[in-house]
Design a protein. Structure first.
Length: 403
């Protein structure tokens, strides 16, 4: 089996996913095109005619994000007409799933070079715009006790005993780490400024970071999911699956949950031979990856079992992994992950995460894998693992090895 190497990784800054966000006026196509163009500028020897496919994740693939935005971006970026494109949706893991699929094609010897990642413009195409039976079919919801993710996060916190102060402390630390990372230039290697059609910079830095965020300031925010859970009967529905709990403690809010954002990330992945033909130097290889399903009511617990499955498959221990990127969908997700697997917190999200910088759904998996690669190089470490929880009860994990 061939190896799949990572030759480059780029991402846009993440803009607030609201009408007053800096990227609201930028179409998602432009976000992807910006990154495709950046690959050529950063790698002058890149021959786009040798790229087989562009695989992009997108969680709400409708409107201006629909119609196979990957192929559209290929055309918009001026790549060779022979480059194909496909978009996919595995909810929040879509960007990482795209990378795993690209790697599989290369490992199987069917493709020589693939660009993979994802995009989401949540200010322009709101979350849930594509509908879906998982969220609308009454029989399915009743049988499987499907509730919104925020209630699932509060259910996890209740079941495992995480307090509001625990969660707010993690969130405040995410902002501090992200701010420090930006000040020290930790993101400089991968970040690509988004510009308008006149070439004027629109955004060159993640704009959700709030310096000075503290447990005390977060304590002023009201729980976000209490009214939804109590007035809508959704918490009662979830408790039917977990009767050992008398109630759900509402501890998550806008400040300790991932921010709605706009953004994109892409990686250039290919075989050793293809890289040599174009004079590209590999930075890492895709070591291995896996996906699991998990209980759909509590929904957000998939990262730990997916990691355990992956480590077992490779005959590895958790101590073999040098660094982790765990998507901060809600504070409780990485906190539970660290506790279940007994991971040193200093190895997890050293540059902050989605609570501080945002979670552009389809793009996040690619963004955190690129961040992981940069950090492995910065710390001179070898093995890194990226993982995300996924809607509907799933988990995904990918290990990369620095060259």
């Amino acid at each position: 089996m061939a190896e799949a190497y990572i030759f480059d990784a780029v991402r846009t800054p993440r803009g607030k996913g609201k009408s007053d966000g800096s990227l609201h006026s930028t179409q998602p196509l432009k976000l992807l095109t910006t990154l495709l163009v950046a690959f050529r500028e950063r790698n002058p020897s890149l021959d786009t005619s040798m790229i087989d496919d562009v695989v992009t994740g997108c969680v709400s693939p409708v409107g201006e994000q629909g119609g196979d935005i990957a192929r559209t971006a290929v055309l918009d970026a001026g790549y060779a007409d022979t480059v194909a494109g496909v978009q996919l949706n595995r909810f929040c893991s879509s960007g990482l799933e795209a990378i795993n699929i690209a790697a599989a094609h290369v490992m199987a010897g069917q493709h020589q070079m693939v660009i993979a990642g994802g995009v989401e413009s949540m200010s322009r195409v709101p979350m849930g715009s594509d509908g879906g039976a998982l969220f609308t079919n009454p029989d399915l919801i009743s049988r499987h006790k499907i509730v919104p993710q925020g209630i699932s996060a509060d259910l996890i916190a209740t079941k495992y005993g995480y307090t509001r102060e625990n969660l707010d402390k993690f969130a405040a630390d995410s902002h501090t780490k992200a701010h420090n990372a930006w000040e020290k230039g930790h993101f400089n290697k991968s970040i690509v400024t988004v510009k308008d059609n006149l070439g004027i910079p629109v955004l060159d830095r993640d704009e959700g970071i709030r310096l000075g965020t503290t447990v005390e300031s977060l304590g002023q925010l009201k729980p976000a999911f209490e009214m939804m859970g109590e007035m809508g009967g959704l918490s009662a529905l979830a408790l039917q699956k977990y009767p050992e709990l008398s109630k759900i403690n509402y501890v998550h809010h806008a400040g300790n949950s991932s921010q709605i954002t706009d953004g994109a990330g892409l990686l250039l992945i290919g075989s050793k031979e293809a890289g040599e033909k174009m004079g590209l130097k590999p930075r890492a290889r895709i070591h291995s990856y896996t996906i699991v399903g998990s209980e759909p009511t509590i929904m957000l617990t998939g990262p730990a079992p997916s990691t355990e499955k992956l480590l077992k498959k490779n005959g590895m221990k958790i101590s073999d992994i040098d660094l982790f990127e765990v998507n901060e969908a809600f504070s409780v997700v990485p906190m539970l992950y660290m506790d279940l697997l007994s991971i040193d917190p200093s190895k997890v999200n050293p540059n902050g995460g989605a609570i501080a910088m945002g979670h552009p759904l389809g793009g996040t998996g690619a963004i955190i894998l690129g961040t992981l690669l940069d950090e492995l190089e910065r710390q001179n470490k070898s093995l890194g693992l990226a993982t995300l929880c996924i809607g509907g009860g799933m988990g995904i994990s990918t290990i990369i090895e620095r060259i």
